[in-house]
Design a protein around this ligand. Structure first.
Ligand code: FAD
Ligand code: DLZ
Ligand code: SF4
Length: 516
């Protein structure tokens, strides 16, 4: 194709979570193709975002544009403070199509329903050709999980995961059996972390993005959380992401499994990979992580339980929740099966609560835009569900706060897995616990002003009475669930006055939610 000078035949849109330099689009430069990246208020403002999430996306997008230019591609980068920026994806595209006299627009399949639908609806009205292409990232297509489960009512992740292991030949013996004779090593992976083995060194890259942060602020973008613009730690391109993956496989993976569910005050990372931002922005392909982890097992570097646990998250959960998202959008974001309505307490935005577990998990989140899975599920999510917080408000908080939060993965995890607001599609029972689980898996309770053992009184751990109150409130809906038989046996076996005392304590706790 010949170059049109300042014009171009085709514009190709790259969204902020599509930073994959290995996409076939970039195989060779074409002078008739202009790549378009844009920083827009439409994307910074759809929810109140953590400062680090905005900064990381913008810095990574800028780095990607630089990489494309250096590789000989034509790039149009619309910065947040560019006076001609209309701050809206399709409005910017319309202006740029006219500017370049382009005949064709292409975009990679977006991962969020909101953006996907916006582009599809707008594209259908245009006189030029509009093409959607694969993002070349996931193992499965959007509707594959739904097709796999068909009319089945319960979508068991485990069933899908085994299918994926077989289909992709991951951790399978030559005989067709799962490596080690078992599909699931979860049972070996539930240890608290007593301070040993030592944590891996922190080799994450550090960047100084004070100037970019100033630009974001000046542009009026609202945010919360610590921007850490002077010592920002997220991988911002594929080379940095690969280096971080190497480090994880080498130093961290061997202990990933055993301490996967552990929590420790002041140690937000423990043995987790922190690769979710690099994965979700497509700097890395999930198969790269899976194959590297599998090789670590095959060479004897990491035990099977650790490798299986890690692979399950990526080959299993990650693809599965994406399928759940596409099967239920739109509408999944407003599910509220338990009718929960309470607003978030103010300390969700400050971390200022006396509850040590919540203070640490929310504090981490505000400081680092990160908390690991069990903090998200069994501390913050657990409390939100027990306290009956509005799942849509909880969803918006999670979508805004985490560096890796994109709706396709955040929403099923929050509304489905964590808040049971879809009525139990994802989880066979609600993920709730009293203080005993948190105490077993962490060092939080030891230093908490609340007493993990007390159920009533001023010093009683709020989780305890709320736990029983939750099951009492939802007895008619949950009592028939076979996995909750023991819980209801205990509840129904309590004397009437003990049940009343617990429910009164829960009512008092809910009355002073903002002051816990
Ligand atoms: P690791 O523990 O090292 O796990 C490795 C990888 O496995 C992760 O990077 C991630 O890609 C994948 N993974 C693990 N668990 C899940 C899961 N449940 N669903 C999908 N992928 C998974 N993950 C996100 O990527 N974005 C989100 O917005 C998000 N929101 C969540 C909200 C709630 C309420 C809960 C309970 C979980 C959420 N998760 C989300 C899943 C999980 O907590 C994060 O993927 C993980 O904490 C990211 O940290 P890591 O990279 O250190 O993960
Ligand atoms: C998350 C995010 C933010 C904060 N800003 C931008 C942006 O300015 N431009 C952009 O292209 N993408 C951004 N993103 C990522 C998008 O929200 C993401 O690409 C869509 O939600 C599709 O998943
Ligand atoms: Fe959390 Fe209760 Fe333990 Fe305190 S005692 S850390 S509030 S579980």
């Amino acid at each position: 194709m010949t170059s049109r000078g300042a014009g171009a035949h085709t514009l190709r849109l790259i969204l902020g979570d599509q930073l994959n330099p290995l996409h076939c689009w970039f195989a060779q430069p074409d002078p008739d193709v202009v790549y378009v990246l844009m920083e827009v208020r439409q994307e910074t403002d759809y929810v109140l975002h953590h400062a680090q999430k905005i900064l990381a996306i913008f810095a990574a997008m800028r780095d990607f544009a630089r990489h494309l230019r250096e590789s000989g591609h034509r790039v149009r980068y619309v910065a947040i403070d560019n006076p001609s920026n209309r701050q809206d994806v399709t409005q910017n595209l319309a202006a740029l199509m006219a500017h370049y006299g382009a005949a064709e627009l292409a975009y990679q399949q977006p991962d969020e329903w909101r953006v996907s639908e916006g582009l599809r609806a707008w594209g259908a009205l245009q006189t030029f050709s509009v093409q959607e292409v694969d993002s070349e990232h996931f193992y499965t297509s959007r509707d594959e999980v739904a097709r796999f489960f068909g009319p089945r009512k319960k979508w068991l992740m485990e069933t899908f995961y085994r299918h994926m292991r077989q289909r992709h030949g991951v951790l399978m013996d030559a005989s067709g059996a799962p490596a080690g004779g078992r599909w699931n090593f979860d049972h070996d992976n539930r240890k608290p972390w007593p301070g040993e083995p030592p944590l891996p060194p922190d080799a994450r890259p550090a960047h100084d993005h004070r100037a970019l942060w100033e630009t974001v602020r000046q542009a009026g973008v609202q945010s919360f959380g610590n921007p850490q613009a002077d010592q920002f730690r997220w991988p911002l391109n594929r080379a940095q992401a690969l280096a971080w993956l190497d480090h994880f496989i080498q130093h961290t993976l061997p202990n990933f499994g055993a301490y996967e569910d552990a929590m420790s005050a002041g140690n937000p990372r423990l043995f987790h990979s922190q690769l979710s931002f690099a994965l979700n922005t497509k700097m890395l392909h999930p198969d790269e992580l899976v194959r590297r982890a599998q090789a670590a097992y095959e060479t004897g570097h990491a035990p099977l339980a650790a490798v299986e646990g890690f692979i399950r998250q990526i080959l299993g959960w990650r693809e599965y929740v994406r399928g759940v998202y596409w099967a239920h959008m739109p509408g999944y974001e407003t599910r509220n099966a338990l009718g929960h309505k309470r607003p978030l307490p103010a300390w969700f935005w400050t971390g200022q609560t006396a509850m040590r577990c919540m203070r640490d998990a929310i504090g981490n989140s505000l400081e680092n835009a990160y908390a690991h899975h069990i903090q998200r599920l069994m501390v913050i999510g657990n409390f939100a569900l027990l306290a009956g917080l509005d799942p849509a408000a909880v969803h918006r908080w999670y979508l805004g706060v985490y560096i890796d939060a994109f709706e396709w993965v955040e929403l099923p995890n929050t509304v489905g897995m964590s808040q049971f607001a879809d009525g139990g599609m994802l989880g066979t029972k609600p993920y709730v616990s009293s203080a005993s689980y948190i105490d077993r898996m962490s060092d939080y309770c030891r230093a908490c002003p609340y007493d993990r053992k007390q159920k009533t009184g001023d010093r009683a751990c709020p989780f305890n009475a709320l736990y029983w109150d939750f099951f009492a409130r939802h007895q008619s809906r949950l009592e028939d669930n076979a996995r909750l038989a023991l819980v209801y046996q205990r509840w129904n076996g309590l004397p009437e006055d003990a049940r009343t005392t617990l429910r009164d304590q829960a009512a008092l706790t809910l009355d002073r939610l903002d002051r816990l």
